[in-house]
Design a protein around this ligand. Structure first.
Ligand code: SD4
Length: 335
């Protein structure tokens, strides 16, 4: 596994090799004047670096964005430090329940929610898309479908780290999502990835164990097309991370794509979607994180979040970098 510091060194080296990127502030959107990249992958959080590398093996070899976004996030579904798959944190009753979805350039989409015991929910979501007339399967139905389609029950109980964290949590049993989920050495519990391949087609994927210690049965934004992920091959693609309820409320990624359709850059569209969260939420948005990332058909990318700390990983044929997203609550977080 690549250490973040060594990656950052590498990205500085890459930035130096590409003068046009030197003028970028780390949270800026992609450069308007840069020529269109020959393939582009953007994904949420620092785990995105490793996921992008796996996805690039496909796009770099003229593969499809669809294959790339599945292969990329499968890497994250196996990691222990990212809490996305079966190593993730449980709900309040001790069950690890997984949500995932995928969408391609032909408006096809597939999704699973509250799926248990399966290592690669993203691949089950793809099977829903490709093998059924439906978009979404949930719970035991999703599990039975997975088993019938060759997936294995690979549940071996809570991971060592999840067990320790869960025991600690049980002492107070308070549901209080932590901004950027920076608890201990394991952080985040979601990866969203959006990609443009060399044939100029886009796809996206999103997979998560959901908010830690949620109510049993709770489903977040990540498996919901138009909330956690949306792709329109004529326009662009977007995915989200953070408190899913806030993203669902505004149909977040559909909003981002529609804003891009109306002429906004990926950065501007993500920013407006975050502002919409603040405007519409009945909750205190100062106490939570929501972040969006987006790409468009011109190969530009952008991101915006409620709070400091939202990161996203970008990969093209000549460029790779972990970016700090711009964010809404500047004064509040910097005080
Ligand atoms: C959810 N959006 O289940 C996910 C959680 C997340 O980083 O993104 N965590 O609401």
């Amino acid at each position: 596994m690549q250490h973040r510091r060594s990656f950052l060194k590498k990205s500085i080296a890459l930035t130096t090799a590409l003068p046009i990127f030197n003028v970028l502030k780390s949270f800026a959107s992609s450069p308007i004047k840069a020529s269109k990249p020959n393939g582009l992958i953007v994904s949420t959080w620092d785990a995105g670096i490793r996921a992008n590398a796996a996805a690039w093996k496909i796009i770099g070899n003229n593969g499809t964005a669809l294959d790339a976004v599945e292969a990329g996030v499968k890497i994250t579904e196996l990691e222990n430090n990212c809490c996305v798959g079966l190593n993730g944190r449980p709900d309040r009753d001790g069950f690890v329940t997984l949500d995932a979805c995928i969408m391609d350039d032909k408006n096809r989409c597939g999704s699973v929610a509250m799926l248990q015991k399966i290592k690669h929910p993203i691949s089950v979501a793809r099977a829903v898309m490709e093998k059924t007339p439906h978009v979404m399967l949930v719970g035991d139905g999703a599990f039975q479908f997975a088993i019938k389609n060759g997936f294995k029950n690979e549940w071996k109980g809570l991971s060592k780290d999840s067990k320790i964290e869960y025991k600690k949590w049980l002492k107070e049993s308070k549901y209080k999502p932590i901004i950027n989920i920076e608890s201990g050495k394991r952080n985040h519990d979601t990866i969203g990835m959006i990609a443009l391949d060399k044939d100029n087609n886009m796809s996206g994927s999103c997979t998560t164990s959901g908010m830690a210690y949620k109510l049993h049965g709770r489903v977040g934004d990540s498996p919901i097309i138009g909330a956690g992920l949306f792709v329109d091959n004529e326009v662009g693609a977007a995915t989200s991370s953070g408190v899913g309820e806030e993203v669902i409320r505004i149909a977040g990624t559909h909003l981002v794509v529609e804003l891009m359709r109306n002429g906004d850059s990926p950065y501007a569209a993500c920013k407006k979607a975050v502002e919409r969260v603040v405007e519409k939420s009945p909750n205190n948005t100062k106490e939570m994180q929501v972040g969006f990332i987006a790409i468009n058909k011109k190969g530009q990318f952008g991101a915006y979040a409620l709070q400091k700390g939202f990161q996203y990983a970008v990969k093209t044929d000549t460029y790779e970098k972990l970016m700090d997203s711009d964010y809404y609550y500047k004064n509040q977080r910097e005080e």
